[in-house]
Design a protein around this ligand. Structure first.
Ligand code: CA
Length: 230
């Protein structure tokens, strides 16, 4: 796999590249947002590791630009204090994030998870499919979602949240539940991140035949899934 590192601090970029190469992948380094975009358009990458604090063009703008016509996984790198940056990055379409200072082993685990998500396993013998209403099918073996028969591209975390909601159609999940049961103990994000993920899932699932949407807000508590009819 080929990974694009967008990071203006050379020393950090070199450490990231060393760990990526140790895992058997290759990596290119871009030292600014504009260079990152240029490289991204020139070459084909399987994942982008994107620092948010970049000179000139911010990581959020880079992310938004890539998302205009690509579903390549984007893993953001942010500072611990940057809750607003994290929300902005997720809203711009990033798949996941890690917080500086991070352990390189955690970084590699996140990279592997996001690469896996982008490359569904071939031909599972047994498909576990959750249907929501008559138009949504969530395949938890192949990690794919079909809306009216067409595949929707969700990020790993979006998929985990949607499939968790759909696993218990009658249940309302708090943001904390969703972090615990959908994203797991490795997740060190904020409760507000859930709202960004939900917003992105809703956008991707929007369907004129189900104008009330599949995911309902339960005010003061959290979210639940609906088959879209009531
Ligand atoms: Ca930086």
């Amino acid at each position: 796999m080929k990974i694009l590192i967008v990071e203006d601090e050379r020393a950090i970029a070199e450490v990231e590249r060393a760990y990526i190469e140790r895992d058997g992948h290759s990596a290119d380094i871009a030292a600014s947002g504009t260079e990152g975009l240029a490289k991204f358009y020139q070459d084909k990458y399987d994942l982008v590791l994107l620092d948010l604090m970049l000179p000139e063009m911010s990581g959020v703008d880079v992310c938004r630009e890539i998302r205009k016509n690509s579903a390549t996984p984007i893993l953001m790198v942010t500072a611990k204090s940057g809750e607003d940056d994290i929300i902005a990055g997720l809203d711009a379409g990033a798949d996941d994030y890690i917080v500086k200072p991070f352990s390189p082993r955690v970084m590699m685990a996140r990279i592997r998870a996001n690469l896996r998500r982008n490359k569904p396993t071939q031909n599972s013998l047994k498909n576990n499919v959750i249907n929501v209403g008559d138009s949504l099918a969530i395949d938890t073996d192949n990690l794919t979602v079909l809306k009216n028969g067409e595949e929707i591209s969700l990020t790993r975390n979006e998929f985990m949240i949607l499939s968790k909601l759909a696993s218990r159609p009658e249940k309302t999940w708090s943001r904390d539940d969703l972090i615990t049961y959908a994203l797991g103990y490795e997740y060190d994000g904020f409760e507000r991140s859930i709202d960004s993920y939900i917003k992105n899932i809703r956008k991707k699932l929007s369907d004129p035949q189900h104008e009330n949407g599949y995911i309902r807000t339960v005010h003061g508590f959290g979210y639940k899934i609906s088959d879209g009819t009531k």
